[in-house]
Design a protein around this ligand. Structure first.
Ligand code: PTJ
Length: 257
């Protein structure tokens, strides 16, 4: 890993970029994961690389859904395991959710590499390891159809950070509520999910941990109100509106960049 000077204006972004490259050589991240991250970073510029108010609202709704769920499951791919191993494990613990490794690009050694990083981050229970015969979700041909019968297959709410569109659609067809985290509000996943959080997972998961700790002790009636007040279409429109205003402001005040 090259030495990144702390005063480099893009130090944090470079740090995560090199983390992903390192994890790719360890097989945690698939080579396409680097392209996916680059696409995400481009969209992050349009938000000013910060968590925007509608996304904070979507996080609260997502936590509310997960708190009310009978069987919440987080789908873990290579990028998630590389970027936020500790906080995703912590979030699962606070929300009593299961972690299931579910990767698109299967390659020898990847499941083991992701398992090892999650265990190091404190995960006690990990599903999707192929230790019992897997089940298939219907209507999908990719590798992601193969799920753990104890996990995604029997879940009612599934958190899918950084997903592809096909999978989100299929989970919804299989009667699951899907919460997506995606920096691109126009992606098929973002458009199809029940709740979309338009934010960088690097900022989002630690924030969700705080929100979950705060909301965990609320009465279920109050949590239901948060769920009922959330409007996915309006929230996505609010994200687009934020981006439009942000860019407009940059045009009018170029020094605020
Ligand atoms: O580990 P695997 O084999 O399961 O593969 C994982 C990737 C991410 C390669 C796979 O799921 C994939 O190809 O995903 P896509 O279709 O490229 O979609 C990834 C989406 O995540 C894109 O819409 C990106 O904008 C978004 N994204 C990328 N990095 C981040 C992000 N969203 C939030 N935070 C990020 N850091």
């Amino acid at each position: 890993t090259p030495n990144i000077p702390n005063d480099h204006p893009r130090a944090e972004s470079l740090h995560y970029r090199h983390t992903l490259v390192d994890r790719m050589f360890e097989k945690v991240v698939t080579p396409s994961g680097l392209c996916a991250h680059g696409r995400g970073e481009a969209f992050d510029y349009l938000l000013g690389e910060q968590t925007i108010p509608p996304s904070e609202k979507a996080m609260e709704a997502a936590v509310a859904y997960l708190l009310l769920a009978k069987h919440p499951v987080f789908s873990i791919n290579g990028n998630v395991a590389a970027l936020v191993p500790e906080s995703i494990v912590e979030l699962a613990e606070v929300l009593e959710a299961d972690l299931e490794i579910n990767i698109f690009y299967q390659a020898p050694g990847r499941i083991e590499a992701i398992t090892s990083i999650l265990k190091k981050a404190g995960a006690k229970k990990i599903l999707g390891l192929g230790d019992i015969p897997p089940t298939s979700l219907s209507n999908i041909s990719s590798n992601r159809r193969i799920v753990d019968p104890r996990g995604i297959f029997s879940a009612d709410v599934v958190l899918v950070p950084l997903e592809d569109g096909d999978r989100t659609e299929v989970l919804i067809e299989n009667d699951k509520k899907v919460i997506a985290i995606d920096l691109n509000p126009l992606s098929r996943t973002a458009q199809k999910a029940n709740i979309t959080i338009v934010d960088n997972i690097i900022r989002c998961i630690p924030k969700m941990v705080k929100i979950a700790r705060r909301m965990k002790n609320l009465e279920s009636e109050k949590i239901k109100v948060i769920v009922n007040n959330f409007n996915q279409k309006k929230n996505l429109d609010d994200c687009l509106e934020y981006i439009i205003n942000f860019l407009q402001n940059l045009m009018e005040n170029p020094d605020s960049k």
